[in-house]
Design a protein around this ligand. Structure first.
Ligand code: SAH
Length: 354
């Protein structure tokens, strides 16, 4: 373990090692939450020179089609004059810029609110979308008018809690520190009450992953849709039905790395459990419009026609545009693993593509 990190602070690995030496293993949830808070606070991780590339950074078509989806729904809901565009974890602000430009051409000019935890990324967002207002979390968002909310690759960054079936019963999955390295270990407190009935007697080694933070976010969004009106789109990699097993992974410089090495220096993510989140949304009072594979959704929204129009306007770019379209839509790239979940307020119309 070496000296200070780029923010001048003690490396998180040193902090965690000391914490574990003094008080014992920490939960996976604490490990992932603190690692990602540290990871995002001081850097812009997006793009070819960073750690990973997201859909809005691949092509303007992604944000434009989202902007048109929102504008279409807003229009069919009677085009309320005051409306708030809300984005969770807007990264570089690229999606918002593309979506707001496309929506503007369709007559939708909302107020703009960004929920962003990272000071480094807020600075980048301010360049892209100067008129935005920033929030630390959803609690300070306005409640006077409908919201049109977008979150791309936001939920996957929120910390997961893992439960593991030991011989004697269910325990929380923890992180210990042995022989100079972090390792997953089995906690010692019984936690069977947190496990659904049908999984209580699962075979030893079975892991269940939940994301309390994602559920809390979707619950708050659903409650706001029910009381304020509007619609929401959550786009992320995840599964449409509940599955057992750990999906915790780390990415650094575009490669998968060991999530238990160098916490705070790689992007930690987990697959999003869209089935559970749809239930949470309905229980909170929103209408669940559907959860669809990203490729099918973008095709339903007309990505082929948009790609053709962009290629006609810039023939030299035609090949790059086709490559970007395929990256976003084909099943072996982002088209199938990524899902789009749509929500709307009761009384608001259905959205395109579900
Ligand atoms: N939506 C962007 C960026 C995805 S990366 C894109 O598609 O390119 C995840 C984003 O969520 C970053 O902006 C990160 O700073 C933000 N984020 C992660 N955890 C957060 C939290 N707990 N609170 C607020 N923002 C968070």
């Amino acid at each position: 373990m070496s000296g200070a990190d780029r923010s001048g602070r003690e490396p998180l690995s040193t902090v965690f090692a000391r914490l574990i030496a003094n008080f014992g293993p920490i939960s996976i949830m604490q490990y992932m939450g603190e690692a990602n808070a540290r990871y995002y606070a001081a850097r812009d991780p997006l793009g070819a020179a960073g750690d990973f590339v997201t859909a809005p950074e691949i092509s303007q078509m992604f944000g434009e089609l989202i902007g048109l989806w929102l504008a279409d729904l807003w229009q069919r809901a009677g085009a309320p004059a005051t409306v708030h565009y809300v984005e969770l974890g807007p990264g570089r602000g690229t999606l918002a810029r593309d979506a707001l430009r496309a929506a503007g051409k369709a007559g939708l000019a909302p107020q703009v609110h960004f929920v962003e935890g990272s000071p480094a990324l807020r600075a980048v967002q301010r360049e892209a979308v100067p008129m935005a207002q920033w929030h630390d979390d959803l609690s300070t968002l306005p409640d006077d008018a409908p919201i049109l909310l977008v979150a791309n690759e936001f939920l996957d960054a929120l910390p997961v809690r893992q439960l593991v079936r030991a011989e004697a019963g269910w325990r929380e999955r923890m992180v210990g520190h042995e022989d100079g390295g972090f390792r997953p270990v089995i906690g010692d407190r019984p936690i069977d009450v947190a496990v659904p009935e049908h999984l209580r007697e699962a075979e030893a080694g079975t892991i269940i992953e939940t994301c309390p933070g994602a559920a809390a976010v979707v619950d708050e969004v659903a409650r706001r849709l029910a009381s304020q009106g509007g619609a929401a789109l959550f786009v992320d990699y995840g599964h449409a039905a509940f599955q057992t097993g750990s999906t915790l992974q780390a990415v650094r410089a575009h490669r998968k790395v060991d999530p238990f090495v160098d916490p705070g220096e790689a992007d930690l993510t987990a697959l999003v459990d869209f089935a559970t989140l749809a239930d949470v949304a309905r229980a909170g009072g929103a209408r669940w419009l559907g959860t669809t594979e990203q490729g099918a959704w973008l095709r339903a929204l007309g990505i082929e026609a948009r790609a053709a129009a962009l290629s006609r306007a810039a023939p030299a770019q035609a090949e790059a545009i086709a490559i970007a379209r395929d990256r976003l839509t084909t099943p072996d790239q982002m088209g199938a693993l990524f899902k789009v979940m749509g929500l709307a307020a009761p009384g608001w119309p259905d959205g395109a593509g579900f």
